[in-house]
Structures are given as structure tokens and as C-alpha cells.
Design a protein around this ligand. Structure first.
Ligand code: NAP
Length: 420
């Protein structure tokens, strides 16, 4: 494929897909991996993560041919647009990529580039594991109990961006349609109104929930919890829950049982190899992740709930500086930290690059580089345990040594070399 302003490295080879449906790849020893550093603190955490991931690849007998790609501010400078075709094409073509955060203006301005990327390339599952690393300070007394993986539907819900601005002709048309044609004549109050639409499809819900159940089975997890607000939004969030139970009951046989069956037929005793599917209302779930943390494993939910819940889970294991994530589609992965571009810290060589580094761990795991992934995880844990940390953790650790972003990355690289 020809790119306008992207340099494709000579030395690497692309990752080849063998079976798209089965997520099967042929990964060369020096794969070409597109990397987008991102806006704001992306300029700090991007290069730091790149350095650490490369060190782990080298320590396990491999290399990475990085290919810089651009969106947001850097793309505006180079291409005079926010999300160039080059970038979308590169991620599509090379299959596995990693990105830092991208700024989205609140209220006016362009729509989220993250959402655009996820939708355009059909990265339908945003996966956010939250687990505790030794030495990371936490506001809870038993942070090790937090070991959940949130599967967040990535292409639908209010994030689909179907909304109309107050005071426009369009919103008046929608209001008339809703009130007069659909008969909701007493629901929208008079005066200015902004209206949004929340699409939740059977297809989108089921493929996300399938992915969560498959993950739970493959990783020996006990349960998948469908998180929804179906008591209020019956035909969107309530349907998500019902479609979830349908997938569980119709597609997995004995491998999956529902919580009702568990109690009605087995007095709560879980079969060894089965995953239990249950559901919780979202507001209760935000309490449960704090009060009954160790009872939950894998969460499957819609876009907005997933965004809230994964941040709440992340708070227990060190906050946004630590929390990793990755977007998955069929035979494609775009790793990215949970955090945003934190503009007030941009370019200060200050923030924690761990979230982006651990997002790279998810990417390595997906590529079948489990040894490199484990090495990165161990080296990060070793660094933090020795109290060498960035500002966000140092302010919570007595006797901690405050490192800059780049110094922290160097310390992790040293530990990679020591541990390998
Ligand atoms: P944010 O950028 O995640 O920052 C919120 C706070 O989290 C920071 O002030 C800082 O807290 C802490 N934090 C975030 N990243 C950190 C790191 N690497 N190390 C240490 N602490 C870190 O959230 P925001 O301020 O709400 O959003 C800023 C912009 O990012 C917005 O334009 C938003 O749309 C965008 N965003 C992008 C993505 C994405 O690209 N996937 C995701 C979320 C938000 P303290 O100041 O308390 O230390």
C-alpha cells in the first residue's frame, strides 16, 4: 500500500493474517508496528512506552520496526486534518498498532478521533484489565482483590454521536417527530432542548458479549457480569442484558451457566470448568466493584457504562497513570491507555507512562509474545516496588523517589535487562 506522508520501515515485515475469524496471525520476528504518540502527554508517554516495549522485544530475541503515524495535533500540522487516511489505512493494513491519547474538545469542535478510529476500523471491543501491581499505592485496603477485565462495546450507544443541538431546525424536527408522531407528547419540556439517540443492536451486543465469554473461558475466569441500566432503558440496556443471556444459553452449552441456574439447581456450587453469567444494574455495579471486589471477574457492558466502570476500577489499582487498555476487532488490535491527553502536563516529562507501557503488554499478548509481555509486567512491578515512581505515585508513597517519565522508562528498561 502507498502512503502519502508515512515512512514504512525497510527492515521489518507486516504481520500476516492466517484466519480472520479465529484471530490467527503469523507474526514475524521484526513486525512493523504503527505507533501514534498522541496529543498532550502522548508526546511524553508515547516515546517512553516505545523504548520499553522495544527493550522487551530485544530481550526475547526479537525486534520491532516502528512506523510513526499521526492524528490530532501532529496530523493537523502535517496533513491539515485531524485523522488522515494514511493513519486509518496504516492501522488497517498492519493489523496491530498502539496509540497514545487524543484530545477531544468538549461542547463545540470536532468529534472524538478515538471514537472515529474505533468505528471506522470496527474495533468493537474495548478491553480494560484492572489488576494490582506490587508497590502501587491504592485508596483501598486490599487492592489485590481488584482483578477485573472490562469488555466495553465500542461502536454504539450514545457514543454513536447521533445528537441534535438545541435551537437548531433539526432538533425541532426531531422534537416534533418524537412528540407528535411517536406520541411522547409530555416527555420533552418546553424551551431549548438538545436530543441524542442511543442505538444498541443485537449484533453489536452479542459479538461483544461473545468475546467476553470466550475470554473468560480461555483465561479460566469464574464469571461474566452483564452490566446495564435496563430497569430504566428497557429497550436498549435491558435488551443488551437479554441478548447476553441468549448468547450464553444458546451458544455455549455446558461451558456457561446462568446465576439463576447456579442457585436453583446447584445451591451456588460452581462447576469447575464453567463460567457463570450474571447481570447487575450499573449503579449497583459501581458500588459492588468497591464493596465485593473479589466476587467479580469479567464485565461486559455498553460504551458509556464501560467508560465509567473501568475508570472506577482503575482508581483502586493506582489510577489512570497505571490503567491499560486495547481495542479489538476481528484480527486487529489497537492498544491504548485508558487515560486522556491531560493537557496541563503535556511535554513536561512528568506523567506516568505505565498505562501505555501496559497497553503494550496487551498488544504483545495478542501477538503471541507472552514472554515479552510478562517481562514488561515484571520489570514495571520491580521498578515500582523499589519506589522508583513518577509524581502521581510518589505523592502517595513514603520515601518514594520521584522520576521523570523518561527516567522511569529507563529504570524499567534496566530491570528488563536484569530480569531477562
Ligand atoms: P485525562 O487526560 O485522563 O486526565 C485526568 C487526570 O488523570 C490528570 O489530570 C491526572 O490526574 C491523571 N492522569 C491521566 N493520565 C495520567 C498519567 N499518564 N500519569 C499520571 N496521571 C495521569 O482526562 P481529562 O482531563 O478528562 O481529558 C483530557 C483530554 O483527553 C480530553 O480532551 C479528553 O477527551 C481526552 N481523552 C482521550 C482519551 C483517549 O485518547 N483514549 C481518553 C480519555 C480522555 P492529577 O492531575 O490528579 O494528577
Amino acid at each position: 500500500m502507498e502512503f502519502d506522508k508515512i515512512d514504512v520501515p525497510d527492515e521489518g515485515e507486516p504481520i500476516e493474517v492466517i484466519d480472520e475469524e479465529a484471530d490467527e496471525f503469523e507474526v514475524p520476528d521484526t513486525p512493523i508496528i504503527p505507533i501514534l504518540h498522541g496529543d498532550g502527554i502522548g508526546t511524553d508517554v508515547g516515546p517512553a512506552a516505545q523504548q520499553v516495549l522495544e527493550a522487551a522485544a530485544n530481550a526475547t530475541g526479537r525486534d520491532i520496526a516502528w512506523m510513526r503515524i499521526y492524528a490530532g495535533e501532529t496530523a493537523r500540522e502535517m496533513y491539515d486534518e485531524n485523522l488522515p487516511e494514511d493513519t486509518v489505512n496504516a492501522i488497517e493494513e498492519f493489523r496491530v498498532a498502539i496509540k497514545g491519547p487524543l484530545t477531544t474538545p468538549v461542547g463545540a469542535g470536532f468529534r472524538s478521533l478515538n471514537v472515529a478510529l474505533r468505528k471506522t476500523l470496527d474495533f468493537y471491543a474495548n478491553v480494560r484489565p484492572t489488576y494490582h501491581l506490587d508497590g502501587v499505592p491504592s485508596p483501598v485496603s486490599e487492592p489485590k482483590q481488584m482483578d477485573m477485565v472490562t469488555f466495553r462495546e465500542n461502536t454504539e450507544d450514545v457514543y454513536a454521536g447521533i445528537e441534535w443541538e438545541a435551537g437548531t431546525d433539526e432538533v425541532e424536527e426531531v422534537r416534533e417527530f418524537v412528540e407528535d408522531d411517536m406520541g411522547f407528547d409530555d416527555t420533552i419540556h418546553s424551551g431549548d432542548v438538545g436530543i441524542g439517540v442511543k442505538p444498541i443492536t443485537e449484533f453489536g451486543s452479542k459479538r461483544l458479549i461473545r468475546r467476553a465469554i470466550d475470554y473468560a473461558l480461555e483465561h479460566d475466569r469464574d464469571s461474566v457480569t452483564l452490566v446495564h441500566k435496563g430497569n430504566i432503558m428497557k429497550f436498549t440496556e435491558g435488551q443488551f442484558r437479554d441478548w447476553g443471556y441468549e448468547v450464553a444459553q444458546e451458544e455455549y452449552g455446558d461451558e456457561v451457566i446462568t446465576e439463576d441456574t447456579l442457585w436453583e439447581e446447584r445451591d451456588g456450587e460452581q462447576p469447575d470448568d464453567a463460567v457463570v453469567v450474571n447481570d447487575r444494574i450499573a449503579d449497583n455495579m459501581l458500588q459492588q466493584v468497591l464493596t465485593r471486589t473479589d466476587e467479580y471477574d469479567v464485565l461486559a457492558t455498553m460504551n458509556l457504562n464501560g467508560d465509567y466502570i473501568s475508570d472506577a476500577c482503575g482508581a483502586q489499582i493506582g489510577g489512570l497513570g497505571i490503567a491499560p487498555g486495547a481495542n479489538f476487532g476481528d484480527a486487529r488490535c489497537l492498544a491504548e491507555p485508558v487515560h486522556g491527553s491531560a493537557p496541563k502536563y503535556a511535554g513536561q516529562d512528568k506523567v506516568n507512562p505505565t498505562a501505555m507501557i501496559l497497553s503494550g503488554v496487551l498488544m504483545f499478548d495478542y501477538m503471541g509474545w507472552g514472554d515479552a509481555a510478562q517481562l514488561v509486567k515484571d520489570a514495571v512491578e520491580e521498578t515500582i516496588s523499589s519506589k522508583q515512581v513518577t509524581y502521581d505515585l510518589e505523592r502517595q508513597i513514603e520515601g518514594g523517589e520521584k522520576l521523570a517519565t523518561s527516567e522511569f522508562a529507563e529504570a524499567v528498561v534496566e530491570n528488563i535487562e536484569k530480569l531477562s
